[in-house]
Design a protein around this ligand. Structure first.
Ligand code: CMP
Length: 143
């Protein structure tokens, strides 16, 4: 079954949005298979966001994502990668429609509440970066 990596960013944790965000994915029917509250190291932040290293906002992005705890999650379900991105809304919260997480709670592109893997390759890479093999749980979820 498909898995994705989602992360409530420091602004989302500070604003007490962890519960609301988990609730949305649970209510949709996805299965939470891993989660932890953690402060990301500088090295992990630079590896995770490596594809953006030439962008002018890279330093700001790394500073922000390491500025406080994030809530890292692994979710499982049919088409969960695309579906979670739809539920998150556009990267820039000002362009994200109401009803999406960023549309409902975000204000700026830098502090946009949540990160989610954008492809199957990214999901595999990001899940491995944030979770050890023993940290993902396998269980049967009742409907
Ligand atoms: P995310 O989905 O975590 O992936 C890369 C992040 O870069 C993105 O969300 C934004 O938070 C951030 N980002 C994109 N554009 C800018 C920008 N112009 N200034 C600051 N951060 C940005």
């Amino acid at each position: 079954m498909e898995k994705t990596f989602l992360m409530v960013k420091p602004d989302g944790v500070q604003r007490n949005l962890v519960g609301e965000i988990v609730r949305r994915f649970e209510s949709k029917g996805f299965k939470l298979v891993g989660a932890k509250l953690m402060v990301i190291s500088d090295d992990l932040a630079k590896t995770h966001y490596g594809e953006h290293k030439e962008r002018p906002f890279f330093g700001e992005l790394v500073d922000f994502i390491t500025s406080g705890p994030v809530f890292a999650m692994a979710w499982e379900g049919e088409n969960v990668i695309t579906s979670a991105r739809d539920m998150m809304g556009k990267t820039n919260p000002l362009e994200a429609v109401s009803g999406t997480i960023r549309g409902d709670f975000g204000m700026t592109v830098g502090k946009n509440i949540i990160h989610g893997s954008d492809s199957a390759e990214s999901a595999e890479r990001e899940l491995k970066l944030f979770f050890g093999e023993n940290e993902l749980t396998s269980y049967v979820k009742q409907d």
